[in-house]
Design a protein around this ligand. Sequence first.
Ligand SMILES: [Zn+2]
Length: 162
Amino acid sequence: MEVIIKRSNKRKKTIQARMVGGRMEVLAPSYISDAALQDHIARLQARLVKSDVPRNDDHLQARASHLNKKYFHGVLKWSSITYSTRQEHRRGSCNYTTKTIRISNRLVGLPQWVEDYVIVHELAHLIEPNHGKRFKALVRKYPLAERAIGYLMAAEAMKPST
Ligand SMILES: [Zn+2]
């Protein structure tokens, strides 16, 4: 896929991509480094290719089962995992007692590997309710955890404040 990058000093908030005549046009703020942009482009391309994957509660259940097998030996059990529209769940929440997991529906537009990190984070709360050492060790089993945290912080910082 041919990619054309357009940088703008005026653009402050987000990176956008659109398909123009079979080519991908990427609009980016000028302060974002080439390396960071390449990362974004790779993910945007993957998203354009796989944009038909529905992000619904079935999708969440399937991702959680996959991540449970891959990083927790399949031992975790939860009663439900669903998208939440509640604003106080910035990324997600896990009720340690009822074993219900909610994932913010604002993550729907983010790359799957970032959403996977949030799911791993909430799955880890099934074992460890706090964010202590034990919790961090669990989350770090997901190899992209640090990158996903950085990605989320950047994405949240770039959101319009309205
Ligand atoms: Zn947490």
